[in-house]
Design a protein around this ligand. Structure first.
Ligand code: AMP
Length: 405
């Protein structure tokens, strides 16, 4: 069975076509610069890469161009779009309405639309992708997989903010948490690796990419997470500040006359590693630090200090930690950042083995010392695969007759 996964942003569409029984990727690509003067499509089938430059007026054209590549006589991987049984869509915000992947119909679209005020940058682009894909792949089942859904198990003590009650009850201001697909994927992989049932597994999952968040997973469910009402909270990120005293915002407004939008841009786009040392690329910062650059050194100290504090807090929250997991671009690749984030945590049972940490390999790897109480794992995340698998589960649960598998 073929399942297409779509991650639609405001000017790009990332896609991946799976043969889900084989868990193999048939094709992967990205449509970029939609709506701009010149657009671009990069498409890969195995090692064979195709790149095209052309104006792509809108998401509809983007998906039709993708479809043309998927069904191309020479490089195509399917003969007909009808071969795609289902399309799994990444949707950033599911609010409190969606705690599970959900088959998309008119009602679901209406609810995703209602949630736009909570995710003004992401949900409109996700919706656009859904609506266009439902036309282009009209015969397929469409399923929404929400970034927030995994965190819907958090208890009120984790998700409520200590502000007047009505801001939550009437306006939905609370912690939602994000990167749920990735946290859920690596937590499952960790349980599998530990040979434990997920429902009895406690892990701390650190997703350290350009965006970054950390989650305390208790008995397989999200108990607490570092991102909040929006993806701005928590860890220091590429360009986002992470946790900040809210009084800084009033001070910026009063002292510098900045508008809410200017402050929003500053904290989301000009802060984090970029704000501290002028770069948001961890590789670049690590190189600069190694060459003695003080700004880069400070940025990395702040970055790993924040991670370490969250690991400590979540160890307290969980009581027993079976594993600490590092994932995403930085978590999977930077031995230095893993080492600094774990330094001094031996009293919490977290002890990293320097040699293993330096060469973790490219599947699930253990990098703790022999006497570390907590396993420390490096697990490559695969959000697209999880979206495809979740999409399949929705079909199996609700449409067994319509979509035998
Ligand atoms: P992601 O958002 O998961 O793609 O992660 C992007 C981040 O991962 C960027 O800050 C990259 O610099 C970082 N990254 C990717 N590869 C490496 C590497 N080999 N060493 C350190 N950081 C890396």
């Amino acid at each position: 069975m073929k399942i297409l996964v779509i991650n639609s942003g405001s000017s790009s569409i990332k896609y991946r076509l799976f043969d889900i029984e084989e868990k193999s990727v048939l094709a992967v690509g990205i449509v970029e610069r939609i709506g701009l003067e010149t657009g671009r499509i990069k498409h890969a089938v195995g090692q064979q890469e195709t790149a095209r430059e052309l104006r792509i007026a809108d998401h509809g054209q983007g998906l039709r161009e993708m479809n043309a590549l998927l069904t191309d006589a020479e490089i195509g991987v399917i003969a007909d779009p009808a071969e795609i049984t289902a399309v799994g869509h990444r949707v950033v915000h599911g609010g409190e309405k969606f705690s599970q992947p959900t088959r998309i119909d008119a009602e679901v679209i209406a609810v995703i639309r209602e949630l736009i005020p909570l995710a003004p940058l992401h949900n409109p682009a996700n919706l656009q992708g859904i609506e266009v894909a439902m036309q282009v792949f009209s015969q397929a089942a469409h399923v929404a997989v929400f970034d927030t859904a995994f965190h819907q198990t958090m208890p009120p003590a984790s998700y409520r903010y200590a502000i007047p009650d009505n801001y939550y009850t009437e306006h939905g201001i609370r912690v939602y948490g994000f990167h749920g697909t990735s946290h859920a994927y690596v937590a499952e992989k960790a349980a599998e690796h530990l040979d434990q049932s997920l429902s009895e597994t406690n892990v701390i999952t650190a997703h350290l990419g350009n965006g970054a968040s950390i989650t305390a997973v208790k008995n397989g469910q999200s108990l607490d997470t570092s991102m909040g009402f929006s993806p701005l909270a928590g860890l220091i990120m590429g360009t986002r500040s992470g946790d900040l005293d809210p009084a800084v915002v009033f001070y910026m407004a009063d002292k510098f006359g900045m508008s809410p939008e200017e402050i929003n841009q500053t904290l989301n786009k000009k802060s984090g590693l970029l704000g501290i040392c002028g770069s948001n690329d961890a590789r670049d910062i690590l190189e600069r630090q190694a060459a003695g650059d003080e700004q880069a050194k400070l940025a990395l100290e702040m970055y790993t200090w924040r991670i370490k504090k969250y690991i400590g807090a979540y160890t307290a929250a969980l009581g027993r930690v079976d594993a600490l997991v590092f994932t995403a671009g930085i978590g999977e690749n930077s031995a230095y950042i893993r080492q600094q984030s774990c330094a001094g945590l031996e009293n919490l049972g977290i002890a990293l083995d320097a040699n293993k940490n330096n060469a973790p390999g490219n599947s699930v790897a253990e990098i703790q010392t022999n006497d570390s109480r907590v396993k420390i794992l490096v697990i490559p995340t695969n959000e697209e695969l999880r979206i495809a698998v979740e999409t399949l589960k929705v079909l199996q649960e609700k449409n067994v007759q319509q979509f035998p598998v």
